[in-house]
Design a binder for this molecule. Structure first.
Ligand SMILES: [Cu+2]
Length: 246
């Protein structure tokens, strides 16, 4: 006698949908908290991240009363924020030794991709691999990224300044006001921040990445004159200075 598998009841489907929605609230909440932590570390308001955190708070507040609306708000916010995270974060994924930027990029990109997938599962009331497995996988990815960043940060060794180098530093998300070097001289740029920066002299071959909390020697092979210096990391447009070669 064949035994029939009982069809899922409405109750099962509702419970499963509720689990997906709870997971969505967790994912989006953690990603928003990481953004808020990042803002606190940078010490500068980053409007798109604040807007994303506020929308996420609104979505989470709606979870119990209006579950479907909450799913749409959290899912849509995740899509919009992912577009920004891709623009600003992809480059950081290649530089785990600047740990804060790296982990922020991992969470911003993969956390939101996961949140979008979970929102779709919630809307479709899908069976899929199960919310718990997805949650476990997400915790695994986060733990791995923290481990990679930690190891890379400890293993990274910056350069030391040598006698005759002109010392300059990056602090407070800014270059020094005055950067002057003799023709043929070498700059030693010390990055005093927990974020990655570049020392980029526009329209020249001088374009050097300076990992978080490290120093780099930069030979300046430029003719005497004044040159605009920028940091070319997206979001760091306020970092500008003038290099004078004497
Ligand atoms: Cu920068």
């Amino acid at each position: 006698m064949a035994t029939a598998t009982p069809a899922p009841t409405t109750h099962d489907t509702a419970a499963r949908t509720g689990e997906w929605l709870r997971l969505l609230a967790w994912f989006t909440g953690v990603v928003a908290l990481v953004d808020v932590g990042f803002i606190a570390l940078v010490g500068e308001v980053i409007p798109p991240l604040v807007a994303g955190a506020v929308l996420t708070g609104v979505g989470i507040a709606l979870v119990r009363r209006l579950p479907r609306t909450a799913t749409i708000v959290l899912g849509t916010t995740s899509v919009l924020m992912l577009v920004g995270a891709l623009q600003f974060g992809v480059e950081h994924l290649a530089h785990p030794s600047s740990g804060i930027d790296f982990v922020h990029a991992v969470v911003g990109i993969f956390g939101r991709l996961a949140a979008i997938a979970v929102a779709v599962m919630a809307l479709r009331r899908a069976d899929g691999p199960g919310p718990r497995r997805v949650a476990t996988a997400a915790v695994g990815v986060l733990a791995a990224s923290l481990l990679i960043a930690g190891v890379a940060t400890v293993a990274a060794s910056g350069e030391e300044a040598e006698p005759g180098d002109v010392l300059t530093a990056i602090s407070g998300h800014a270059f020094a006001d005055v950067i002057e070097v003799e023709e043929g001289g070498t700059l030693f740029v010390e990055n005093q921040e927990p974020f990655r920066h570049t020392f980029t002299v526009e329209n020249t071959s001088v374009d050097v990445v300076i990992p978080a909390s490290q120093g780099v020697r930069i030979p300046i092979d430029l003719a005497p004159g004044s040159y605009p210096v920028i940091c070319d990391i997206p979001g760091h447009e306020s970092m500008q200075a003038t290099l004078t070669v004497r």
